[in-house]
Write a protein that binds this ligand. Structure first.
Ligand SMILES: CC(C)(COP(=O)(O)OP(=O)(O)OC[C@H]1O[C@@H](n2cnc3c(N)ncnc32)[C@H](O)[C@@H]1OP(=O)(O)O)[C@@H](O)C(=O)NCCC(=O)NCCS
Length: 207
């Protein structure tokens, strides 16, 4: 059995640790770039040190959260991936994943999340606490559906976009790559690549 280590001992990492422990997985602990955390415990698991503590063959969990910018999260995953490491997919036992759902490496589906039939998730996607992704949605790599957000059926979200806490996207809408949908927004029409939208109905945020 491979040693499982969470990269990042902050809030997102802690939620992942809890999900893994709830599944009965043996988690060796965390690594974190912040040396002040080294030697401490999080949820009873040790912070082992920095990235240099990771040994070949260990199975990694990406514990770096992302609010609006998934850049660091993506860089960590790509850099470890180039060195041959794999990222574990984590599905909390209290999440509901329907038949026909496909997901890439390293997806994270948190407690209370619901993913409906034939949805497709790229790699490194987060479907956070109590978020809902309905049938036939397509989420690109490193998309983050934040807590409580709701995607109706057939929504398409491009790579590295963030759908904020409690946002709603109506059925069939396309959201481009690298977009930010603000917390609580209601998206009723297409969002172009790189756009930031907020409000009801969602409109471009002024820079
Ligand atoms: C959109 C967001 C990134 C803006 O953050 P920011 O750039 O720091 O913006 P500010 O808080 O400085 O606010 C800028 C303006 O946008 C408005 N605004 C901010 N968030 C908004 C929202 N969700 N809906 C509507 N308007 C919003 C502010 O009222 C402010 O307006 P003003 O200039 O008229 O006073 C942030 O509010 C947000 O929604 N983040 C997503 C949170 C999330 O999903 N977290 C998940 C954690 S797991």
């Amino acid at each position: 059995m491979s040693t499982i280590v969470i990269v990042g001992a902050g809030g997102h990492g802690k939620v992942l640790a809890d999900a893994l422990l709830a599944r009965g997985e043996a988690v060796a602990g965390f690594v974190d770039a912040d040396s002040r955390l080294h030697g401490q415990t999080v949820l009873g698991l040790p912070v082992l040190g920095g990235d240099d503590r990771i040994l070949p063959g260990w199975l990694l969990v990406n514990g770096i959260g992302s609010v609006a910018d998934p850049g660091l999260r993506m860089r960590v995953e790509r850099s470890f991936g180039q060195r041959g490491f794999c990222f574990l997919t984590v599905i909390h036992p209290a999440a509901s994943v329907a038949r026909g759902v496909s997901s890439g490496e390293g997806c994270q589906i948190m407690a209370g999340a619901v993913i409906q039939a034939d949805a497709t998730l790229g790699r490194g996607v987060i479907v956070n606490t109590r978020a809902s992704v309905d049938h036939d949605c397509r989420l690109g790599d490193f998309v983050h559906i934040a807590p409580g957000a709701t995607l109706s059926g057939g929504v398409d979200v491009g790579e590295a976009s963030h759908i904020g806490t409690g946002a709603v996207v109506v059925e069939g809408v396309r959201i481009g790559r690298g977009c930010l949908v603000a917390a609580g927004a209601v998206v009723v029409r297409e969002v172009p690549d790189g756009a930031r939208v907020a409000g009801l109905p969602a409109r471009a945020m002024t820079p």
